[in-house]
Design a protein around this ligand. Structure first.
Ligand SMILES: [Zn+2]
Length: 169
C-alpha cells in the first residue's frame, strides 16, 4: 500500500475504516514476541540495527528498484525506490515494514496490512524502550524510522499500558 503517514496513524489508533485496511487479527503482545524474534535471529551487533542488515540476516535481499509505491516484497527480496536513499529514516521504516510482511507471510498467513504496520512498530521500538525513553531519546538511537512514526509507536504503547484491557485477546 502507498505510505501516507495519516493512514498509518489511523491504523495505530484503531480506525481501520479510515485507513481503508482490514483490522489486525493478532493480539498486541504478539507483535512484541515477533519483533524480538526478528531481532534475535538476525543477531546484529547493535540494538538499533539497519533493517537492511536484519533482512539480509534473514536471507532476504534488499534491492533499490523501480517499484509500485515506495517499497514492496515478494517474500524473498525487498524492493524500494532508489530515491529513498535521500531519506534514510523513511527508507528504514519501509524496509522494516516489508520485513514484517515477510515474517507474517511465513508465520501468520492470515495477518493483515494492519498487523504488518503494528509489527513494524514493535520492530522499530520495543515495548520496554517505548516506556523508558522520550521520543527525542528514542529518535536519537533509532535512526531507521521517521520521528513521527517513533512518536506514534510510543503513543500506541502508552495507550495499551493505560488501558490493558484493550490488549486482551
Ligand atoms: Zn504493507
Amino acid at each position: 500500500m502507498l505510505l501516507t503517514p495519516l493512514r498509518v496513524v489511523h491504523i495505530f489508533t484503531g480506525d481501520y475504516d479510515r485507513a481503508e485496511v482490514e483490522p489486525p487479527v493478532l493480539p498486541p503482545r504478539h507483535y512484541e514476541a515477533a519483533a524480538a524474534h526478528i531481532h534475535d535471529r538476525a543477531g546484529r551487533p547493535t540494538d538499533w540495527p539497519d533493517p537492511r542488515g536484519v533482512a539480509l540476516a534473514w536471507g532476504i535481499r534488499v534491492i533499490p528498484s523501480r517499484v509500485v509505491g515506495n517499497a514492496s516484497t515478494d517474500g524473498s527480496a525487498i524492493y524500494y525506490r532508489p530515491a529513498l536513499a535521500f531519506d534514510p529514516r523513511l527508507r528504514g521504516l519501509l524496509v522494516w515494514h516489508e520485513i514484517a510482511h515477510c515474517y507474517l507471510r511465513r508465520h501468520e498467513p492470515d495477518a493483515t496490512e494492519s498487523d504488518a504496520w503494528l509489527l513494524s512498530g514493535a520492530c522499530v521500538l520495543s515495548w520496554r524502550t517505548a516506556r523508558q525513553m522520550s521520543t527525542e531519546e528514542a529518535a536519537e538511537r533509532q535512526q531507521y524510522a521517521p520521528v513521527w512514526f517513533i512518536e506514534l509507536r510510543r503513543d500506541f504503547v502508552a495507550w495499551h499500558t493505560l488501558f490493558p484491557f484493550l490488549a486482551a485477546e
